[in-house]
Write a protein that binds this ligand. Structure first.
Ligand SMILES: [Mg+2]
Ligand SMILES: [Zn+2]
Length: 186
């Protein structure tokens, strides 16, 4: 079985916006993202993005524009020696009640089946309570990063206790934390 790092996209890998990231010109990686992913990749994890892109369902952007972002990201990472194993995104709106919009775990399950991933040995990293809940629903270890624009979100999930297993300043400190945790297992 493989192990994976499931990654939220906006606010975790790249600067987020409350108006969505709708096209490549709005997509900008954080300065530490490449280093962080190099660490995680060197630890032997599959790297898989799990993203909600309701901006498609709302008609604010298109699948093509979103896939252009992902092709750019794939090649940017590849040129830095990082294999991004999968990108799974939900194009639906909340009202669509699909099984792939986080905190539902349809996309995590699909990735787990595609790459023979042991979810209980994997991590979910994201910047919002929704990510923490997704990781928990999937049985992964959860890390919440303090980047992004949803730090004071609770909104949708107020009432639910959504504490991650770990909190990190950003993706790089999360990667360093995982490296430490992995060393402890040896
Ligand atoms: Mg996010
Ligand atoms: Zn969906």
């Amino acid at each position: 079985m493989n192990r994976a790092i499931f990654l939220d996209r906006d606010g975790t890998l790249n600067y987020d916006s409350r108006d969505y990231i709708k096209n490549l010109s709005e997509f900008k990686l954080y300065p530490f993202t490449i280093s962080a992913l190099q660490i995680l990749s060197s630890l032997g994890f599959k790297l898989v993005i799990i993203s909600n892109q309701a901006c498609i369902g709302k008609g604010l952007t298109t699948e093509e524009a979103v896939e252009e972002i992902h092709s750019f990201l794939q090649s940017e990472l590849k040129s830095n020696g990082i294999i991004l194993d999968g990108v799974y995104y939900c194009p639906h709106r909340k009202e669509d009640n699909c099984d792939c919009r986080k905190p539902a775990i349809g996309n995590v399950r699909r990735a787990a089946a595609d790459f023979a991933i042991d979810l209980s040995q994997s991590y979910f990293i994201g910047d919002s309570p929704k990510d923490v809940l997704t990781g928990r629903n999937a049985g992964c270890c959860t890390i919440r990063v303090a980047t992004g624009v949803w730090q004071d979100e609770p909104v949708e999930y107020s009432g639910a206790e959504i504490e991650p297993d770990y909190k990190s300043d950003n993706l790089l400190s999360a990667a360093q934390l995982i490296a430490l945790l992995e060393r402890g297992k040896e």
